[in-house]
Ligand binder design. Sequence first.
Ligand code: PGA
Length: 257
Amino acid sequence: MEIIILPSKEDCAKLGGQLIFNLVKGNPECVLGLATGSTPVPLYEELIRLHKEDNLSFSNVTSFNLDEYIGLSKNHPCSYRYFMQEQLFNSVDINFNSTHVPNGLADDIQVECEAYEQSILDAGGIDLQILGIGSDGHIGFNEPCSSLSSRTRMKTLTGETIKDNARFFESENDVPRHCITMGVGTILDTKSVLLFAFGEGKSDVISKAIEGPISSMVPASALQLHPKVKVILDEPAASKLVNIDYYKEVYANRPSS
Ligand code: PGA
């Protein structure tokens, strides 16, 4: 894991934007794995800026989102399909048919999950996966105790996630209890990962995921097994890392590429 600590989330978003810019310029047909929640919002703003000001084109890019609530239509303002349209897709030149978000209204959820896994394979796998992290350690909606080799499937949200996500809904009761999420194994199969975390509220879980043992109780800790992960943190999110000085030294003295 490469741990990168920057002063602000805007700096983190700039770096993430640059890494995606380089990937898409080098391979315009790349496959991006996308995330929702508050964390990727500044990154998506930066990608829109790069599209408008620096000719970054997504016209041949394919995308797969991590997850979706079960029971919300794509037009529901709290669905993740709606979020992606609003936060990114409507403002760049990505082809709608090349964007994938699990269908939370599928008649047969199991069939939907298997088809989602197959579409990722058919696209040649995910070149770069963007991740946030839940305060309970989830990546995607892989809640504590998720199998570290799990694939796309239905999960039940924890009380903590329901509370965390209630801010997007009118009330906590409106948060769906179930979702479709790529599995931890699906995420480990991606070719590279950028995990972002911002704010003091994420500092405990970040220290567990990076410096604690690999455990299904902290699904993000499975990323320790992934060969190509950059963890991009603002100072507050990094504040509880034991080896913080070392990570800063490594990044400051990184070989030029
Ligand atoms: P957040 O959620 O970005 O809204 O904090 C992260 C997550 O649940 O993965």
